[in-house]
Write a protein that binds this ligand. Structure first.
Ligand code: VG1
Ligand code: CO
Length: 548
């Protein structure tokens, strides 16, 4: 007998005006996504922007936050109705962002939809998000996100399947309309990929010899991955992974692994019972935090140290082709690239800008100051990968994190670095601040502030060296004659008001001057940053809300 005809339903809808994807997909308050048709409209806009996927596979998963399961059902039914042949979904609707990228690549899927607002808080009063990843496993480039936005503005209907919900908790295949849904183990492909890149035997031996790790999954998506890899595969002591159960509201916490939201880890690392390594990742598992005993590693330094030591891991034993960093990320990695005589690429903020460089083989390692690091193994930043890379480096060098960091600074110089965030300021005020700065740009060069002299200032624009696409207005850069920098840009991931980010950097080659407290080392620049942009006049704030 023939299968019954797929139950495709066309639902009438009205466009929403606010569905332009930001730095990483569409992020809104959960309540906004829960409005009738809101999520469906955006998902239809994604499918309507794509061509040639009939009969092909789509990967779907999320970080498990509140509304994840309902959203997954909506996406599955719409993907089937729009003509995908197979939808691959992580059990329980779970896939970390890097695991989703790995699955898209391993399964040669057409693309994937990741449901996450990443490091933003979850829950009914928190945030939700959706991003589309292309066939290389990486975030859709601007060409596609802009097409999605264009569709969202004129959409008058979407397609879905009239069918009962799919059981997400049982592995295996279920028919859905004209497609099939395959529920997979969310960890297996990812774990095998990690085993292929790192020296698990050496890391296991290090744990056997007494090495101690505390990894905080922040009640977010990485818990099951971290337990499977650190505790089961590598033999870290039971309890090394904390907050390892994914919770819909992340236990009421803010799943952002920085010195504010993971301060307890910092305190532990600085205490006299500190483990050898403290680490964490964010809501969707793509960010990382690395703190050794008595030594915090800034994400920018971590990128540089990884680039300098990657050859110690089997997956990178032949060396790395090049390094890419987002523009506001410190130039610590530049010194490494120079020494290794490999390419260094400076891109706008957001992982989508690394995809072409990785695909073309120009770079192997990428990173962002916002706690993101990764490589050509997937097309997303990868929190656990960064922790494993550190474990591999520690096992190979048999030195402490502190010794490795200090030796790195002595060899390459130290880039003192900090980011000051002014959160939830009025959007008008933030826009005016940037506009005023932009207007001042032509007259900044040559200006002196004490010992600091501005060498150049611009509004960062990027021409992709592979496909020639152009992205303007990616942040205001003020470059000083001594190599210091101040960068100003507005966040593209927030969901209320605007967030002004001020990035501060100063280079110190002299090893006798590399032990200052960061804010102290940057004190003069902080004063200049205020006077150039008149932050307090524009925002009414006398100090940042978050310093990382
Ligand atoms: C922030 C970070 C950026 C990162 C993005 C997504 O963007 O600055 O480096 O790529 O978040 O990270 P913005 O526009 O708010 O500065 V994640 O872990 O939230 O997907
Ligand atoms: Co994230």
């Amino acid at each position: 007998m023939n299968a019954p005809p797929p139950q495709v339903l066309t639902v009438a809808t009205k466009p929403f005006a606010d569905q332009r994807p930001g730095t990483s997909g569409l992020r809104k308050k959960t309540k906004v996504f829960q409005q009738p048709h809101y999520l469906a409209n955006f998902v239809q806009s994604i499918f309507s922007s794509l061509e040639g996927f009939a009969g092909k596979s789509l990967v779907v998963g999320g970080d498990g936050r509140f509304f994840n399961r309902e959203a997954i059902q909506i996406v599955l039914k719409m993907a089937a109705a729009n003509g995908f042949g197979e939808i691959i979904v992580g059990r329980g609707g779970i896939l970390s962002t890097p695991a989703a990228s790995a699955v898209i690549r391993a399964e040669r899927a057409f693309g994937g939809i990741v449901l996450s607002a990443s490091h933003n808080p979850g829950g009914p009063e928190g945030d939700f998000g959706v991003k589309y990843n292309i066939g290389n496993g990486g975030p859709a480039p601007e060409r596609i996100t802009e097409a999605i936005f264009a569709h969202s503005k004129t959409l008058d209907s979407y397609k879905t399947t009239e069918a009962p919900d799919v059981d997400l908790d049982v592995l295996g295949e279920t028919p859905l309309g004209g497609a099939k849904v395959r529920v997979i183990d969310p960890v297996a492909i990812y774990r095998a990929l990690m085993e292929s890149l790192f020296d698990f035997a050496a890391i296991r031996q290090m744990f056997r010899d007494g090495f101690s790790l505390k990894f905080d999954a922040m009640s977010a998506v990485t818990g099951p991955y971290a337990k499977a890899i650190f505790e089961e595969a590598l033999g870290a002591a039971p309890g090394s992974v904390i907050n390892g159960e994914p919770l819909p509201d992340f236990g009421g916490h803010h799943p952002d692994p920085n010195l504010v939201h993971a301060k307890h880890l910092y305190d532990l690392a600085m205490s006299d019972h500190a483990p050898d390594l403290c680490a964490a990742s964010d809501g969707d598992g793509d960010r990382n935090l690395i703190i050794g005993r008595g030594q915090f590693v800034t994400p920018s330094d971590s990128l540089a140290i990884i680039a300098a030591n990657a050859h110690l891991a089997p997956g990178y034993a032949k060396g790395i082709a090049g390094v890419a960093r987002s523009m506001p990320t410190s130039r610590a990695a530049d010194h490494v690239a120079e020494k290794l005589k490999i390419g260094l690429y400076e891109t706008p903020t957001g992982w989508k800008f690394f995809g072409n460089l990785l695909d073309a083989g120009r770079v192997t390692i990428c990173g962002e100051e916002s706690a993101g690091a990764g490589s050509n193994h997937v097309r997303e930043k990868d929190g656990l990968w960064a922790v494993l890379m550190w474990l591999n480096i520690l096992a190979a060098r048999k030195e402490s994190v502190k010794e490795i960091v200090r030796a790195h600074w002595a060899e390459y110089g130290r880039n003192y670095y900090s980011r000051h965030d002014y959160e939830e300021v009025a959007s008008d005020a933030a826009d005016a601040l940037i506009e005023d700065l932009r207007a001042k740009l032509p007259e900044l060069a040559g200006k002196k502030f004490g010992a600091l002299e501005i060498a150049a200032a611009d509004d960062f624009a990027y021409k992709d060296p592979i496909d020639g696409s152009y992205s303007a207005q990616q942040g205001i850069r003020v470059l000083f004659a001594d190599g210091s920098r101040i960068v100003y840009r507005l966040s593209g991931t927030g969901t209320s008001g605007a967030t002004l980010r001020v990035y501060l950097e100063r280079y110190e080659p002299d090893p006798t001057k590399q032990n200052m407290e960061t804010q102290e080392a940057l004190a003069e620049l902080i004063v200049v940053a205020e006077s150039l942009a008149e932050i307090s006049r524009h925002t009414g704030r006398s100090r940042p809300s978050v310093i990382t």
